[in-house]
Design a protein around this ligand. Structure first.
Ligand SMILES: C[S@@+](CC[C@H](N)C(=O)[O-])C[C@H]1O[C@@H](n2cnc3c(N)ncnc32)[C@H](O)[C@@H]1O
Length: 308
């Protein structure tokens, strides 16, 4: 019966696979951990590692799977299970709820606009749910129609850029000028070339020949950080997937912000072990930007910035 839920004074943070430690250690007031879902006291806290944030979670006491589905439907239409146990029960609940297609996106198709709630079974008569989550994708996992390596992108890194641009809701337009650092073998360059932008792709290693031949792509071999705002002039997008210390990337990005010569950024922050996590806060504090963990990131975060 709808209306029996108890709103909890906490927020839920769903950690990516193998990143539970990063999520739980970055939160204050951890109350409980259910699989990869961490509940921490009070309103939302900054947590770049979280894959999906469950706002205002509610505890539902239920008498059956049908009752659970009815209570969820009473809150809103679209739901997706996060199952860390009671898998069959989760699946049966999903089957009783309105159908959610969750089809892989065909990039550059936009992210779904409909809100998607999340629920998880805690035991056979209690369900935790959130009608409002930070991600419109099931458990914060955007899936895309993929391309084989023989068809186009020479690495799977293109999926990171698909996801980053989809989350930003912005794309390099045809003819826009992009500087791409750490481009080899060319997964990101292939995306940018496909969008029709003009790309200077810099790496010490070469691009795959078929990417280097794409219209609008110019390849430069050498140290990416040797390219300065002054030597390059105004650009529309700066994209970096360079393997380097995050502090080095931070100083480089600041040189572009200070010069005022670029306003759209997609930059991967790469980590080895737990070192250099202090750089996360520095990136997060840059005006107009945000730090996220993409589903397609590994031990990395991505700093995104677009003009207001
Ligand atoms: C993760 S790979 C990039 C993959 C690429 N985004 C793609 O989609 O195929 C990182 C790249 O950074 C390059 N790299 C690392 N340090 C560099 C530097 N200082 N200057 C130029 N390239 C660098 C490496 O050669 C490597 O190709």
């Amino acid at each position: 019966m709808p209306g029996t839920g108890v709103r909890l004074d906490c927020t839920g943070y769903l950690a990516p696979e193998e990143r539970l430690e990063q999520v739980s250690s970055s939160l204050k007031g951890v109350l409980a951990v259910h699989g990869r879902l961490v509940l921490a006291a009070g309103p939302p806290q900054p947590c770049p590692w979280a894959q999906n944030v469950w706002f205002e979670p509610t505890l539902l006491r239920v008498t059956s799977i049908a009752d659970a589905a009815a209570q969820l439907r009473g809150l809103q239409r679209n739901w997706w299970p996060y199952a860390f146990q009671l898998y069959r029960r989760s699946e049966l609940t999903r089957e009783k709820l309105p159908f959610v297609a969750a089809k892989p996106l065909r990039f550059p198709e936009p992210a779904p606009s409909a809100p998607l709630g999340s629920f998880t079974w805690l035991d056979s008569d209690q369900l935790l749910c959130s009608a409002r989550c930070s991600s419109p994708f099931p458990n914060g996992e955007p899936r895309f129609v993929e391309f084989g390596e023989d068809e186009g992108p020479p690495s799977r890194a293109y999926l990171k850029l698909f996801e980053a641009l989809t989350l930003m809701g912005a794309m390099p337009a045809a003819g826009q000028r992009c500087l791409e650092l750490g481009a080899s073998p060319g997964g990101w360059t292939w995306v940018l070339g496909t969008l029709g932008s003009r790309v200077l792709a810099v790496d010490r290693a070469p691009l795959a020949p078929r990417v280097a031949r794409m219209r609008g792509v110019e390849q430069r071999l050498g140290n990416a950080f040797a390219i300065t705002p002054q030597s390059m002039g105004a650009i529309d997008w700066l994209l970096s997937d360079v393997i380097c210390y995050p502090d080095k990337l931070y100083r480089y990005v600041c040189s572009w912000l200070d010069a005022g010569l670029c306003s759209n950024f997609v930059c991967t922050l790469k980590f080895q072990g737990r070192e250099h996590y202090a750089a996360i806060e520095r990136f997060a504090a840059l005006p107009g930007g945000r730090v996220v963990h993409l589903f397609h990131n590994r031990h990395e975060l991505t700093w995104l910035r677009r003009p207001d």
